[in-house]
Design a protein around this ligand. Structure first.
Ligand SMILES: Nc1nc2c(c(=O)[nH]1)N[C@H]1C(S)=C(S)[C@@H](COP(=O)(O)O)O[C@H]1N2
Ligand SMILES: [Mo]
Length: 314
């Protein structure tokens, strides 16, 4: 277990981030240290306002202008909260992100129910600015905060037989109004081949723009794979399963002719109903930004797909 007892926490480590993530331990620790006064000022009114400390990462991949926080948090796909782009921002406040457990199972040496701090080293958070391209042709540039997914997966020690990793989103219709409809099969499931999951660019995200992830962006834990269409990046993850079979993923189940397992951004493979050659960089109205193969990350990731027909395996 990585969660330390209060007596282990030095005053120098007591930061607002710790307050948010280790509230109970902090309280006990602070009481023991006699520093209780003024505590309430440290407690954020809303979880998503809590700051996160992250070092700028060499894996930041673009110096394009960042999309504004307002755009990133009000134009979302998160069908659990409704299908229009504004619905997640309107509805996701009902999601309760504490407590949160992630079940790790399948072909793995350390299965179990993990707390977020067991999986993520919050002292090693990085900020990485990535392009993020939805299959529906809009794109954004986001300063994510998180770690390489590989750091998370290594902690639980996947077995060599595992060829894929599957991510399952929370299923809690009482807090997720979209799950009270049949618009998709619930829960939302996504997956990656192990080598894609272990690639250093693939991120486990816990924040953006210096703060804890807003609910509508997938709090408390979401994946982001910058060279793939956005639907590969499952939000509000509660289960990580290792398997030797390609997982059945939500959009591939919903519409197999339109959405494949790989979903690598590819301007030369049109979606059956629209071209993927260009994209609409929010807040632009026109789709006049050229889309790049692998979303511009080909130098780093093309070798994962050597010998594969990317028109067939889309
Ligand atoms: N659980 C869940 N995860 C999801 C989705 C969803 O509907 N439910 N939508 C996906 C799609 S289609 C995209 S484009 C991205 C959008 O992420 P963003 O809203 O943070 O930009 O989330 C992906 N992850
Ligand atoms: Mo998307």
């Amino acid at each position: 277990m990585l969660i330390r007892r209060p007596s282990d926490i030095a005053p120098s480590e007591i930061t607002p981030r710790d307050v948010y993530l280790r509230r109970r331990e902090f309280l006990a620790g602070a009481a023991a240290l006699g520093v209780v006064s003024g505590l309430s000022a440290l407690f954020p009114a809303k979880a998503h306002a809590a700051p996160l400390t992250a070092a700028p990462s060499p894996l930041s991949t673009t110096d394009e202008e960042k999309t504004t926080l307002a755009n990133i948090t009000t134009y979302n796909n998160f069908y659990e909260f409704g299908t229009d782009k504004g619905a997640p921002a309107r509805n996701a406040h009902t999601l309760k992100t504490t407590p949160w457990k992630v079940k790790v199972d399948g072909m793995v040496n350390k299965p179990g129910d993990y707390g977020i701090e067991d999986l993520i080293n919050f002292n090693a958070l990085e900020e990485r600015v990535y392009r993020h391209r939805c299959v529906e042709r809009w794109s954004v540039v986001i300063p994510w905060i998180g770690v390489s997914l590989s750091d998370v997966l290594k902690k639980v020690d996947p077995q060599p037989s595992a060829k894929f990793v599957e991510f399952t989103t929370l299923q809690r219709p009482s807090e997720m109004p979209g799950q009270r409809t049949g618009v998709l099969e619930w829960p939302y499931v996504e997956g990656l081949r192990m080598d894609e999951a272990m690639h250093p660019l693939t991120m486990m995200v816990v924040g953006l723009y210096g703060k804890v992830l807003p609910n509508q962006n997938g709090a408390p834990l979401r994946v982001h794979i910058p060279w793939k269409y956005g639907f590969k990046s499952g939000k509000s993850i509660v289960r990580i399963r290792f398997t030797d079979k390609m997982p059945a993923t939500t959009w591939a189940i919903q519409s197999p002719d339109e959405y494949g397992f790989y979903a690598n951004v590819n301007p030369s493979v049109p979606h059956p109903r629209w071209s993927q050659a260009r994209e609409r960089r929010l807040p632009n109205f026109l789709a006049n930004t050229p889309t790049l193969l692998f979303n511009g990350y080909g130098d780093q990731v093309a070798s994962l797909y050597t010998g594969m027909d990317l028109k067939k395996y889309y």
